[in-house]
Design a protein around this ligand. Sequence first.
Ligand code: BDP
Length: 701
Amino acid sequence: PAGYELWMDYKKVEMPSLSSQYSNIANEVTVLGEGETIQVIKNELLLALPQMLGSQFEIKKEVGEKSSMIIATWAQLPQNIKKQIELDDESFGNEGFTLKSLNTKKAQKVIVTANSEIGLLYGTFRLLALMQQHSDLTNINLVDTPKIDIRMLNHWDNLDRTVERGYAGFSLWNWQKLPEFIDQRYVDYARANASVGINAVSLTNVNANALILTPMYLEKVKALAETFRPYGIKVYLTARFSAPIEIGGLESADPLNQKVIEWWQAKADEIYDLIPDFGGFLVKANSEGQPGPQNYDRNHVDGANMMAKALAPHKGNVIWRAFVYSEHDADDRAKQAYSEFVPYDGQFLPNVLVQVKNGAIDFQPREPFHPMFGAMSKTPIMMEFQITKEYLGFSTHLVYLPKLYEEVLEADTYQEGKGSTVAKVLDGSLQGQQITGMAGVANIGNDLNWTGHPFGQADWYGFGRQAWNPYLDSEKIADEWLRMTFSNDEKFVEPIKEMMVTSREAVVNYMNPLGLHHIFDTGHHYGPGPWVSELSRPEWNPVYYHQADENGIGFDRTPSGSNATAQYAQPVAEMFNDPKTCPEEYLLWFHHLPWDYQLKNGETLWNGLARKYQEGVNQVAKMQKTWNQIKPYVSAEQHKEVNMLLTIQHKEAKWWRDACLLYFQTFSKQELPVGVEKPEHDLEYYKSLKFPFAPGIRPRW
Ligand code: BDP
């Protein structure tokens, strides 16, 4: 089926000059070693090269005169070749690799070498990717090592195979048939992850079910871990804090209770007996109804360190989430995670990472970076991005997320002076962390094309690339993905790349322009609901976030309001505090401003807001036009699919524009400016729309 092969369908290289160059390199392929990962490398070559080059070949086990492609660990590489490479084993660390061409008058050779077999696998995938991208390999000299240690997917998959905020079908994990039945999808999933360097996966929802830690399920987890191991992927599980009660028969889950401590230690031992390279636990505690240490008057450090001690003898990690906001705390929700965690800096054990969402609210189309980045210099802070599009039109809207990730990674926290970017916090280079990580909430399900929207694959791909190297350019990543997935033709790549990189701004414009946020309708987070005001907790209601009234709109987070800006380093706080220096894309995030406030381009806030909504709709119309022009370059089936999705996106962009502008107009009491289309219906109509079916939602909110 279209899209199943992802970015690895290894299309035939038609251009004669390239095809002959690659055929020369692949003329005699030698792969040294015997391990499971070596077998994976061989399988990938045997799949890819005949498809791309059109001829069958054998893989040699020894280096000979004629070897033209040599794949071997540094330790196994013949001495004379090592000498020519002019590097040493320090250059590529545990997981890095080098691709190097050694050309003589008579022949051309490419060497792939690394310290580990996993490094070789990454190198092999890179070599194949470069061929798919039609790169010239005659003088390749590339050393690449991952900048982040834990490059992770977080699946929010429930044991009944529903997926929280998952929009691409049901969970991949078929618990009923495991451990005996190993679906080919598990293997292809592992291949895809390894091809971009993802090396860790958490299998289960952060709103956890303790059953996953029972012996019957652990046998199933073991089967998945064994399937993933040759691809360098470690398995993590979400650990429900109250598991000692629910499945252990204890009366308490108090982290300082000796029986509880022993229960987690025994559980860790049991898991590591089955899965010696188990990654560890991902924990959501005392957040949105999940149990945690605070139920026993203990704190996050008590909880995380208790688990960390159980895992430490096995070299496992605890990834403790900082997504907390309390129903008893009346303070601005955007401030709560920082207030709750930053005071504990330095108290977590070394195998605890604190996982922070990119922004302080919740995966909105745009948020300023979370103030916790750089604020806990003695604690490894791990990024949590969302790859699934909870607040970005699900898998129906085309929104290229690496652009969003890049914006966050490049943001300057100023925590150690100018140049303290979020990327430098994450890779440990700013504050010297010993262990580093980046997670993405997966957008993968059992849909035939994995991600629902064909372009959702680019978000999975791009997340992996940016977790490997958070300094990569998102446009370059789009370029790679397009070439590998669809076509190398410039007439296709250029316009579609442009469409991808502007798509993120389009969704911001038609949903949440100028710093608006969380104005989604109840529960599903799909359509607009800026009028919603009746939910039991104030911070679940859109009216809490936009604060629109007759005087103006926006959330005042400056010292005259909630003073959330004080959580940022001084230069950043100062910039955000003054509406004149606050970047306009964050204006209403930090300021409550009058409807006639003058924007930088001279127009009033009301007119500017209305024009942004219109611009978003126009941008989607332009995407439709662009997609129509590239018809010859993709299959008819895929063309049609994306076309239909863009039709929905365009319709819904208008829905967002009209619903929001009509509602805000009840406060601004001003006409729509010239150039903004009149809504088709009245406000009551938009309010009456009930979203009939939303996949992946949790009943409570
Ligand atoms: C929110 C989702 C909710 C998740 C929660 C989390 O609406 O379904 O459980 O985040 O991250 O974005 O824990």
